[in-house]
Design a protein around this ligand. Structure first.
Ligand code: PLP
Length: 391
């Protein structure tokens, strides 16, 4: 918050930025209050905001929030615990700087192209405020990670929702046509909730054809789960100097959703624009844990293998029950068309059977629900419950 406020007032450079981009004084104040906590849920991760409705501690099978079934990887836990023991210091060993350096090495970008944040949900909101305004809209796929719509609505930025193609790719041409003068084009790859991928050539087309000054925000929250990782990321577009932002999170394969860590990779001027609306940093223990986890490649591969087996088992089961499974999914989730019941009805039915599946969030597909892929034990429990439900 220190970036946005000075002596209790919104800093002049933030005022200048917002007013020059078509925000009224009133909207500027609302935006400032959003980041100051007045509407904190808008800037929090959608999933962490939703965790309030989660069935924590209830003994339910929790496959509703695309979390990992396991906690932080062993090297991460070890490093995080060591840093926690030194938490009398604000920054015992420069943990954020070390993490930033590791990311820059692994992602092959200069250090000043990386910014670390407490999770990625909040930074998506900040990117929207930095690039959208009441006169510059946001374009995204439908269904996709629509938590971001709340931020755009709050700043009164027009939102264009563009249907996925029939094989569940982002329809990049339709996205550009929907608003050829937008401020931000949001691409989630693999997509949430479908888990499906948009080919890189199509993302590149959008980057080449978007209006000058607009940004393409590529959310790679689930990229580590894909078998092609790290060869299928859009990081090369940053290396080529393009107007793109890559968003990553430690909440998924790294099992750190509650620890809160994510990062952006972009040109330094893009990161600076977003930093005007910056929030806090992750804790040092979280940063140390993230740093040690990033290089645990064999543990990542083991989690991936476990995911593939559990996802295939669940999808096969649902298909054999005559249901349509959307896909192929490359993430830790699948969508299923319940056909004769709405997603909302099925959520209640599974809840009564002690299974929490995703909330009813994609009105464009009213009979389709999302199931996160958990451990073998969790998916066995889901299948056992389904055996009684899908009669
Ligand atoms: C596509 C996508 N982006 C971002 C997030 C936010 O993740 P976090 O704030 O936990 O980093 C999520 C959470 O589920 C997500 O699905």
């Amino acid at each position: 918050m220190t970036f946005m406020f000075k002596n209790g007032l919104i800093k002049e450079e933030v005022q200048d930025d917002l007013l020059s981009r078509g925000y009224s004084r009133r909207q500027m104040m609302r935006t400032a209050m959003m980041f100051a906590g007045g509407a904190a849920a808008l800037t929090m991760s959608g999933e962490s905001a939703r965790a309030a409705d989660d069935e924590a501690g209830s003994g339910m099978v929790r496959i509703g929030l695309n979390e990992c079934w396991a906690g932080p990887m062993e090297p991460g836990l070890k490093a995080g615990t060591a840093a926690l023991a030194q938490s009398n210091r604000y920054s015992p060993n420069g943990e954020i700087e070390i993490l930033t350096k590791t990311i820059s090495t692994l992602d092959n970008v200069p250090v000043d192209h990386v910014s670390v944040y407490p999770g990625s949900g909040g930074i998506l909101s900040r990117a929207i405020v930095a690039y959208c305004s009441p006169t510059k809209g946001m374009v995204m796929a439908d269904p996709s990670y629509n938590n971001v719509v709340r931020t755009a609505n709050f700043i009164k930025s027009p939102v264009s929702l563009v249907a996925l193609t029939s094989d569940y790719r982002h329809d990049v041409k339709a996205m550009l046509a929907a608003n050829p003068n937008a401020g931000l084009y949001y691409v989630v790859n693999p997509n949430n909730p479908t888990g499906t991928m948009t080919p890189m050539a199509e993302i590149e087309w959008l980057v080449e054809n978007k209006p000058a000054g607009a940004i393409v925000l590529i959310d790679e929250a689930y990229i580590h789960w894909t078998n092609e990782y790290p060869n299928n990321t859009a990081l090369h577009l940053v290396r080529a100097g393009k107007e793109v932002i890559i968003a990553r999170t430690f909440s998924k394969i790294f099992g750190m959703a509650g620890a809160r860590c994510g990062y952006l990779v972009a040109q330094p001027d893009v990161l600076k624009k977003i930093a005007l609306f910056e929030s806090d940093r992750p804790s040092m223990a979280t940063a140390a844990c993230a740093n040690a986890s990033l290089t645990a490649t064999s543990l990542m591969a083991a989690r991936r293998k476990e995911l593939f087996a559990n996802r295939a088992m669940t999808a096969d089961y649902l298909t054999k029950r005559g249901l349509r499974v959307i896909g192929p999914s490359y993430g830790n989730m699948i969508m299923v068309d319940w056909k004769t019941k709405t997603a909302k009805e099925m959520i209640a039915i599974y809840k009564a059977a002690n299974v929490q599946i995703a909330a009813d969030r994609w009105p464009v597909w009213p009979t389709v629900g999302r199931i996160s892929i958990g451990s073998k034990k969790e998916m066995d429990a889901f299948i056992a419950a389904s055996g009684k439900i899908l009669t």
